[in-house]
Design a protein around this ligand. Structure first.
Ligand SMILES: [Mg+2]
Length: 352
């Protein structure tokens, strides 16, 4: 018996932090607005509204550059306590629909609604309800995609942003996927996108013509994933979250970093990515920082410190110590933070 067709929703708030600020101060609504760090502190843009996007501003852009593109840009510092509170309200609405919610960040989640009996089982009606409830109760617009798999639901939520609702029913998966640009596929970043371009592959229809062996040769393990995605296959389940214990980013280098200096240089990009990821998660309270190093002989070492801030200077210090353990070229580098456990966090915030 074939597996029953799943119904997955991907819900994603539109320019979330900026949307919360616009809700609380309507004077900000129609002018270019960004939430982010100050130019003086070498800050970056965390989120911006649609009027700001017209100037080419986007998240992760240095604030100084954003202000050059749009000198009249209104800049608001982030208020993560407020965003976490709105996020809690929105996640609670998700949970009214189903317990099978997998949050991806403060403003984004997958929901498996396959077994929901309300709404006559219609994923389209559930999506419409989610959008209406989130807007009515929090003042925030949410874009929702509905599809039989996670990767298609995520593409669908992005299809008609802002305030979008895109449904890919099972009988339309085939035609939708065939026309889909490969760069839209889950896991295809700029580097893989460029290699696919070089092979003359821009749509999933063209990707399908490639034999699996060729894709495995070209892309290693990811070749199999490409083969499946091009056929609309994505069996990943919606994972109800266990408590998150850390946030980290890591990179495996195409060519080993030959020495400590090269590894120290590579830390700069990793630290920027980590900072963006911590921001996306609403800057939770931190319990420590760590680096992970895998050397060219595949030995791996991790070094942690409780007392340090997650900044470049701290990671350079840890990397220096970690590298002394082997003195070898580096194959993989990772940086991360440990989070204060949820239980301890609640105790911290108890009144005296
Ligand atoms: Mg979003």
């Amino acid at each position: 018996m074939p597996a029953p067709v799943r119904k997955i929703l991907h819900a994603d708030c539109d320019c979330f932090y900026a949307a919360v600020e616009m809700r609380d101060n309507p004077a900000l609504r129609d002018i270019p607005l960004a939430v982010g760090g100050a130019r003086e502190g070498r800050g970056v843009i965390t989120t911006c509204n649609y009027p700001a996007r017209k100037f080419g501003i986007h998240s992760a852009m240095p604030t100084a550059r954003a202000l050059r593109l749009c000198p009249e840009l209104t800049l608001v510092p982030p208020d993560f306590d407020k965003y976490r509170e709105v996020s809690r309200q929105i996640q609670a609405i998700f949970h009214e629909l189903t317990p099978l919610v997998e949050p991806l960040s403060l403003d984004e989640a997958y929901l498996d609604v396959s077994d929901v009996e309300g709404f006559k089982g219609s994923a389209t009606w559930m999506a419409r309800w989610l959008k209406e409830e989130c807007l009515a109760r929090t003042g925030i617009t949410v874009s929702v995609g509905a599809a039989p798999s996670k990767f298609l639901a995520k593409i669908a939520s992005d299809w008609d942003k802002p305030d979008g609702l895109t449904v890919i029913p099972p009988d339309q998966v085939e035609s939708f996927v065939l026309a889909l640009p490969v760069r839209k596929l889950h896991g295809v970043g700029p580097a893989t996108g460029a290699r696919l371009d070089a092979l003359g592959i821009t749509t999933c229809e063209e990707l399908r013509e490639q034999p699996i062996d060729k894709l495995l040769d070209e892309f290693g393990k990811f070749g199999r994933r490409l083969y499946e995605l091009a056929r609309g296959i994505d069996e990943r389940p919606v994972k109800v979250e266990r408590e998150r214990k850390s946030i980290s980013v890591e990179s495996t280098y195409g060519r080993d970093l030959p020495d400590l200096a090269a590894a120290q240089q590579a830390l700069v990009t990793l630290c920027e990515k980590l900072k963006a990821r911590i921001d996306r998660n609403g800057r939770p309270p931190l319990a420590g920082v760590f680096v992970k190093v895998r050397f060219d002989d595949f030995t791996t070492t991790t070094l942690e410190s409780k007392g340090l801030e997650p900044d470049l200077a701290s990671y350079r210090q840890l990397l220096d110590q970690a590298w002394q353990r082997a003195h070898r070229p580096v194959r993989l580098l990772g940086v991360g933070v440990r989070l204060v456990p949820q239980e301890a966090r609640q105790q911290l915030s108890l009144p005296f």
